[in-house]
Design a protein around this ligand. Structure first.
Ligand code: ASP
Ligand code: MG
Length: 476
């Protein structure tokens, strides 16, 4: 059985939900074909309507600041939008039932906002209660919309199946309880040939207090549901065609990556590929369930990106190139101290103390260079480091991270890469022992040129055979 997760843009309005219905119908029909190995499902997991979570949190912020009128105004706008979107439910009785639910939820939200406005304080627990309304509402609308379009669907209350700890706004799922709750609530629906619809992002503690898994948490919900119920595939429906070979805002001619390993996806996400955060699909990966990123605007003609734990060997050295600007290089030089043991630890302790995370690190006999992108505490960091070393900083730098399992296959790829980069000055280079990626730090101004050169060499030009190409037989 397949888990289909629809992000905010895929449920943003009536037209989006109509597309969703078409996509779920196709999946349901595939499941009940005689050749299908499993007639159950799909299970649908949805985000809040696109942009709604920000607005719900806005209500909380306004109430907390004592701006009760502002909070009520936002609540009215949210209520109106949800009622309008519920118009996608064609069955009059179903629609009336959902509208009644929505009115109750929004009445309650208004009361909460009023109370918090008096207290002028919003605890994480109330933030969760308010944000959760988004997914609880969208999932109700989608369940009824599917049913009224002839797909027998059932709304599942996420608070009854996603059991978490009580870390509000970043709650952790409790797998044994969640697995048991899903088996009790969702398995019978699947057995009755219904399509369960669950709001992502939302859960509840063992004692029934509403929690959330953190921003963007619906992907995580989908992966947890899939892992607990042994899904054959998890589909993440979004508004782009998949993971791309490079950032389209920097260069043109980028392509969709058809297949990548989980480890590659993690490397790419680290340096800026925003489509999906691999940490959120970890439960799927540890159960070895394939994850697909798909475009809900082009459901039947964009093949998407497949992410699996391992990927078939390929002769292509690179899978994609991630990049990021706004990077600062900090150079720490000390002829006296560097080789003394404990020196690196002292350096990293300074970054740690100022809660600044370091991305790329290189070392030489007398110096350590690191990159950071959060410059808020840099002046204090530098003056602390200057007690033991000479320190310089260089702003406006960029990171390019070339990623590919294929890099391991042929040691000459590295020199090819350097050759492609050509005369662009490189400030730092780092390759991990796993040889799945090579990272370069360059000046931000050189990023477009460098990325274009690397992309042309490894993706655009037929320098490397396509994945399915066979070696050419040469007749002598
Ligand atoms: N609606 C939540 C958010 O905007 C969760 C999600 O969409 O994944 O963060
Ligand atoms: Mg998302």
């Amino acid at each position: 059985m397949v888990v289909m997760k629809f992000g905010g843009t895929s449920v943003a309005d009536r037209a989006a939900i109509e597309r969703l219905i078409g996509i779920v119908r196709a999946e349901r029909q595939a499941a009940i074909q005689p050749e299908s190995r499993d007639w159950r499902g799909p299970i649908v997991v949805v985000s809040a309507l696109g942009g709604a979570t920000d607005r719900f949190l806005g209500v909380a912020a306004e109430a907390g600041a004592g701006d009760v009128e502002g909070a009520k105004e936002n609540t009215r706008a949210l209520r109106a939008r949800h009622i309008e979107v519920a118009g996608v439910i064609t069955d009059t009785a179903e629609r009336a039932a959902v509208e009644a639910h929505l009115h109750r939820e929004f009445d309650e939200l208004e009361r909460i906002a009023g109370a918090l406005g008096v207290l002028r304080e919003v605890s994480p627990r109330w933030l969760d209660a308010i944000a959760a309304v988004g997914e609880l509402a969208s999932s109700r609308i989608v369940a009824a919309a599917l049913s009224s379009h002839g797909l027998a669907a059932s709304w599942v209350d996420a608070r009854r199946v996603m059991v978490t700890d009580r870390e509000h706004t970043a709650a952790l799922p409790q797998f044994p309880e969640t697995r048991a709750a899903l088996a009790a609530q969702v398995d019978p629906l699947l057995a009755a040939r219904r399509v369960p619809v669950i709001g992502g992002f939302v859960g509840a503690s063992r004692d029934g207090i509403t929690t959330t898994l953190g921003r963007g948490g619906s992907d995580y919900s989908a992966a947890i549901v899939g892992a607990c119920l042994g899904a054959s595939e998890i589909q993440i429906w979004t508004d782009v065609d998949g993971m791309l070979t490079a950032d389209p805002r920097v260069i043109s001619g980028v392509q969709v990556v058809p297949h990548l390993s989980f480890a590659e996806a993690s490397e790419l996400a680290y340096f800026g590929a925003k489509v999906l955060h691999p940490a959120t699909i970890q439960p799927a990966v540890s159960e070895n369930i394939p994850v697909k990123i798909l475009n809900s605007r082009r459901p039947f003609d964009a093949p998407g990106t497949l992410i699996t734990r391992d990927r078939p060997p390929t002769r292509k050295p690179l899978t994609a190139v991630a990049s990021k600007t706004g990077v600062t290089v900090v150079d720490i030089t000390s002829t006296r101290m560097l080789m003394a043991h404990g020196f690196l630890q002292r350096i990293f302790d300074v970054f740690e103390r100022f809660k600044t995370s370091v991305d790329v690190v290189t070392t030489s006999e007398v110096s350590v260079s690191v990159t950071i992108d959060d410059r808020r505490h840099l002046p204090e960091i530098i003056s602390t480091l200057e007690e033991v070393a000479e320190v310089t900083r260089e702003d406006d730098m960029a990171i390019i991270c070339a990623v590919g399992e294929g890099l391991q296959n042929d040691p000459t790829f590295v020199s090819e890469l350097l050759h492609a980069i050509g005369d662009v000055p490189i400030r730092m280079v780092s390759q991990a022992a796993a040889r799945r990626n090579i990272t370069f730090v360059i000046r931000a101004g050189d990023l477009p040129t460098t990325l274009t050169r690397v992309h042309e060499r490894f993706f655009t030009h037929a320098g490397f055979p396509a994945e399915d190409a066979r070696p050419v037989e040469r007749s002598l």
